[in-house]
Design a protein around this ligand. Structure first.
Ligand code: HEC
Length: 120
């Protein structure tokens, strides 16, 4: 293996493990808005998304079936905003919508998107 450190020769006793460089692959990279980069992860399940919706009380604002309450209906929202747009709203919030998804894993975000696809 070849070290890729730029002139950082390891001197002395303590050898530190190579830093894990996080490589981000731009996927469909058109999303170039400021703030947290909203990508649309995949691999989640609608079941997990529903559980997440329960935990985060989406129903409290969006209505029992997420078809509208104090907040707008989420039926067809994935078609409307596209998965990236939904992820962005959930991560960054928007208007009266809290940034509930800010701390979610990709898996959880994906699951929520899968679940929202079932709201029709
Ligand atoms: C505190 C009330 C509240 C909660 C809880 C809430 N929302 Fe919202 N949400 C809103 C409001 C209000 C809007 C409209 C924001 C706007 O007008 O910009 C919104 C908008 C959205 C949108 C964009 C809708 C569109 O047509 O553009 C999505 C997607 C969304 N919420 C998903 C969720 C999900 C998923 C949850 C649960 C994890 C959730 N919301 C929980 C209040 C809430």
């Amino acid at each position: 293996m070849k070290g890729d450190g730029k002139g950082e020769a390891a001197g002395g006793g303590a050898s530190t493990p190579a830093p894990a460089t996080e490589e981000k692959k731009p996927e469909g990279g058109e999303a170039d808005k400021g703030g947290a980069s909203a990508t649309a992860p995949t691999g989640g399940t609608a079941e997990e998304g529903k559980a997440l919706a329960d935990q985060n009380q989406c129903m409290m604002c969006h209505g029992q079936d997420l078809k509208g309450g104090a907040a707008p209906s989420l039926a067809g929202v994935v078609d409307k905003l596209k998965p990236e747009g939904v992820a962005e709203v959930l991560k960054n919030g928007r208007g009266g919508m809290p940034a509930l998804g800010a701390g979610w894993s990709d898996q959880q975000m994906s699951s929520m998107i899968e679940y929202l696809k079932t709201v029709k």
